[in-house]
Design a protein around this ligand. Sequence first.
Ligand code: 5GP
Ligand code: MG
Length: 175
Amino acid sequence: MKVLLSEDELRDGVKRMADEINAQLENKTLTVIAVMTGSLVLVADLIRYLSMPVQLGALLASSYRGETTRGDLEIDHAMLPDLTDERVLVVDDIFDTGHTLDNVMQRLKQLGPSEIHSAVLLQKSDCQQVQMKPDFIGFEIPDEFVVGYGLDYKNLFRNLPYVAAMESHDLTAFE
Ligand code: 5GP
Ligand code: MG
């Protein structure tokens, strides 16, 4: 594996993102929604830098890419608080084509929040296929498959304190 973002770089990037969120969304209560499971580590770090009152919720989004149409995203609402009239910040791990976050945002808008914003740790350069762009972005990375700091390969590596790109021999080792 090749380290792309070290622990120190991640801390600085998350802090920078929190500063922007604090500046733009100051004062009023913010409902932070973690898109599970990839954003778990980011959300845990990010919310500790936020200065407004924070409510925390989570959702699980499963897509059935390849099996059915791309728009078919199932959202598990079990850990989602009532979003009616709330100011919401949706947090995801990575914005690749953007279809997942675009879909999640459209679905949550139907639940009547007063405002809805989005933040991602990573954006892959030149992969975007949707109109929307996250409001807050930690880092731009090249189009490589990355793991660590919440991101997985076959549900492993989420606990790595850094973000690393998988190389072809890493992938074959876990086939
Ligand atoms: P999108 O719908 O933007 O193409 O894909 C977003 C989802 O695909 C992310 O939430 C993440 O779960 C997964 N994904 C995309 N790229 C990567 C990657 O490089 N590493 C990992 N671990 N997951 C990725
Ligand atoms: Mg995801």
